[in-house]
Design a protein around this ligand. Sequence first.
Ligand SMILES: [Zn+2]
Length: 485
Amino acid sequence: MKFRLFNTQTRTKETVRGEKGKAFGIYCCGPTVYGPAHIGNFRTYVVQDTVVRLLKLLQISFQYIRNITDVDDKTIRNSIAQQQTLSDYVKPWIEKFHNDCKRLNLLPPTAEPRATETIEAQQELIQTLINKGHAYVRDGSVYFRIASFENYGRLSHLDNRVLQTQALNSAGRSNDADEYDREQVADFVLWKAYKPTDGDVFWESPWGRGRPGWHIECSAMSHLYLGQTVDLHTGGVDLCFPHHENEIAQSEAAYGAPFVRQWLHIAHLQVEGQKMSKSLGNLLTLDDLQARGYSPSSVRYALLSGHYRQTLNFTFDLMRSAQSALRKINIYTHALLSQSGINEETFEKRTENTVLPEKRTFLGDFFEALLDDLNVPKALGCLFTFMHQNPSPSKVQTGSLLGEWCAALYALGIEYEELDTDMPTVEIPNDIRALAEQRWAAKQARQFQEADRLRQILTENGWNILDRKDDYVLEPLKGKMPADI
Ligand SMILES: [Zn+2]
């Protein structure tokens, strides 16, 4: 089965393929650790995680590298303000990030290099660029000479004039423009000369004391772990320019080989139709959502539910549907386990070690949608249609369905949670219970028309009925949800 992803550079869907005899190399731009990551950041990481899960299901061996930016203007400024060393300052934020990743069930990367731990590799790369005439030194800082790299701007599809304006704007924003004497305003910094405001954060270098710029770390780390060409490079769409454009320029100018085979960019996230920002007070973190009663698994589900190339409007309605959808999947899994007689532990182990079954009798369209440029909305549609059409899988089905079901849950990163612990306690009214009993009796008596009629009445009253081997489960179509903010 082919796995295709949309390549930002060629603007076409391309089959994911690496080099023969080499593990597939993925590089993801990771977090800058000066505070908790917000759900916009996590949308990117959850989508990346799905790619990795699909590679695993397809039995493609991979090297998955995600860096940590632990030195930049913000981390230095905050550590000095809090009178801490840089490493003491970033430590709890790195731990927090790892903890959040775990709660969202994100698979850990193969390696997670940090900017401060790879200074030597970054300096070597800068020296190579100077030697080849692609970089120059000014007052202890080193700049990349954009005019020396012909293909600059090919990823973001912007012409040179627009790039110059954008560079000017971004330089203006960071107050960087007056500090350095660049040949051209679009030239970006590779090594920043030491300033007194950097406190004790500096490294010695052939160009004097200073610290690396942000862009160089990704070029150096990807080379260190994945070699000259990365098979798949991903990140949020806001990184496309200038960050990824600069990574291409640095790596290709230094090594003379194509830097990336395929680029994957994840679209923005909005909250209730608005851009997420500190000033609007709508920067949501995992903790914020958990405090309002939403589990990390439902956050993950909500973040995944839209197509990754479209802006996701994150709303509390979306969270409620995510919770309800997860509950349905959970109830179905529970029924499947009861039917097949395997316990939760065996199911979890099987899910962790699952591969894509060769024969896909039940969920073929689900996997097809996922492998066609991660069409999660379509895949979820297929999954729910399947559950709707097969409300109580027969014993004959469960054997082969179980393999496909494990693979589906693995792909989406959904962990089975034992019923009841996850379920809100909802009282079932007596008349509803009586109707359900009548329906069960009709079904047992093989009066299927009557059973269907009673099921219809239950649905109209807001109740869903799920048949199991010897009994049934009643669940509200819309459960009791925590109040909105
Ligand atoms: Zn990067």
